[in-house]
Write a protein that binds this ligand. Structure first.
Ligand SMILES: Nc1nc2c(ncn2[C@@H]2O[C@H](COP(=O)(O)OP(=O)(O)OP(=O)(O)O)[C@@H](O)[C@H]2O)c(=O)[nH]1
Ligand SMILES: [Mg+2]
Length: 448
């Protein structure tokens, strides 16, 4: 980026006008706390007894002179202190402005700046681990390593093109080039393979509870939430609206949606509820298909499952009401769902039911991100911008391989490798446009 090095030289001046202490503010040492009074600059009346610290450039979050005021809590005090600073020429920060300045002043790269948003928005420990990993620069390290390999290769190819007769420039065989770009492609593919997990960590696993009326869907929502959230009655057709709640299963945010039972109905409101159910089903990643295991005949359930089945979703069949189910009948039911993962529970609770609910939680966890999820050491791609840049880099590398296969001139090969390098450079912010930067930082809802 060329617009590096934003400077903000007024902060110490402003602090000097509103903070009174034994020592003048301009003589404060960097990164030390000083005690004093914040005053109204118009009439010198005290506002609050505070501590103030100056973090002098370049050793601050943004790389500029930063003032931090530690005052008493309370919105009126905060408001008055803010007004005092504004009167002396300060202005409130735009969303993400501190982090944007930190990026523009080379205090962090773009993946680290984005990690700050993820850190603030993380809802579970695993999401926090992934964000912290990016903030520490591990994603940048990985993408830079891939990029550096490609840059070295490109330099060699270009040297050969520019100085074909030079003896110092050893010639690279197609096989050697292929091996090196294949290595980069594998490294990109490994990063890309983490995106499904990353997406779930960041946005949650959209999970719909679906089934025929009265099978115990709302009871299941309630027992997973450990609270009486949805109305449960013995009457089929109780739930009409979609009820959404988020639970944390071993660090995965699971967005649960309880829905209206599916059946042919003459009731207008219930029919609207069923339409809502079908809309949400389309967007869901995981389906908890609930069956009343105490019923003799479940062919209707199997038929319904056949109708809603789709390859882009995972399904768990939940046999509910096991407390009143007949074991031989349940065994017969299971035959209708041979190809599915079936978990048997009692959503009514009691009598060992919790262990079964744990089994279901585990099944949800494994079906969402697999057995190996949650290794804090791994870099996980959570951001669609990074994924798209990696996709583009992989495409360019494949095209580079094609130029070798089709015995095209090495100039074409060099061009594709250069595109791959540029795409990788976008991830850390070396080759990112201002529009993209604005879009990224506008996602911050607070000054930070
Ligand atoms: N014995 C037993 N009864 C259950 C169990 N789970 C739910 N029930 C009962 O089944 C009835 C229906 O439960 P709900 O949770 O309202 O069922 P639903 O699928 O949400 O029903 P709709 O919203 O009408 O589609 C209620 O009387 C529950 O108490 C269970 O595990 N065992
Ligand atoms: Mg219900």
């Amino acid at each position: 980026m060329s617009q590096k090095g934003v400077k903000n030289e007024k902060s110490i001046e402003i602090a000097a006008q509103i903070f009174k202490s034994k020592k003048p503010v301009r003589e404060f040492k960097s990164r030390c706390l000083y005690h004093g009074l914040i005053i109204n600059p118009l009439n010198n009346s005290p506002i609050d007894d505070c501590l103030l610290t100056i973090m002098k450039s370049p050793r601050s979050y943004t790389g500029e002179d930063v003032i931090e005021i530690h005052c008493h809590g309370g919105s009126l005090i905060l408001q008055r202190i803010l007004e005092a600073a504004l009167k002396c020429g300060a202005r409130t920060a735009e969303p993400g402005e501190f982090t944007k300045r930190a990026f523009l002043n080379n205090k962090m790269d773009l993946t680290q700046a984005e990690a700050v948003i993820d850190l603030i928005q993380a809802k579970t420990d695993l999401a926090l681990d992934a964000a912290r990993n990016h903030l520490s620069g591990r994603l940048s390290e990985k993408t830079n390593a891939i990029k550096e390999d490609l840059v070295t290769l490109l330099c060699h190819i270009e040297a050969e093109l520019d100085f074909p007769d030079e003896e110092d420039v050893s010639s690279l065989s197609n096989m050697k080039i292929n091996r090196r770009i294949e290595k980069s492609l594998t490294a990109i593919d490994i990063l890309l393979s983490t995106y499904d997990e990353g997406k779930i960590l960041k946005h949650g696993l959209k999970t719909i509870i679906i089934g025929r009326p009265n099978v115990g869907k709302s009871s299941l929502l309630n027992i997973l939430l450990k609270e009486e959230r949805a109305i449960v009655t013995p009457l089929p057709g109780t739930t009409r609206d979609v009820i959404e709640e988020v639970i944390n299963i071993k660090g995965i945010p699971v967005k649960l949606m309880d829905t209206a039972g599916l059946r042919e109905t003459m009731d207008e409101i219930e029919e609207i509820g069923i339409r809502f159910t079908m809309d949400r089903l389309e967007k869901a990643q995981l389906v908890l298909f609930v069956v009343d295991a105490s019923k003799d005949n479940i062919s209707e359930d199997a038929k319904l499952l056949g109708k809603i089945n789709s390859r882009d979703k995972k399904f768990i069949i939940v046999f509910n009401k096991m407390d009143i189910a007949d074991i031989p009948i349940v065994a017969a039911h299971a035959k209708a769902f041979l190809n599915y993962n079936v978990v048997k529970i009692s959503a009514l609770g009691g009598n060992g039911a919790e262990a079964k609910i744990d089994e279901l939680r585990n099944a949800i966890y494994i079906s969402s991100i697999g057995q190996n999820a949650g290794d804090a050491q791994d870099v996980i791609i959570t951001n669609v911008r990074h994924k798209e840049a990696l996709d583009r880099a992989a495409d360019s590398i494949k095209k580079a391989q094609d130029t070798i296969k089709n015995t095209l001139s090495r100039e074409f090969l060099a061009l594709e490798i250069k595109y791959a390098i540029d795409s990788l450079g976008e991830i850390v912010g070396e080759t990112t446009t201002y529009e993209i930067l604005d879009k990224i930082f506008s996602q911050f809802c607070i000054g930070k």
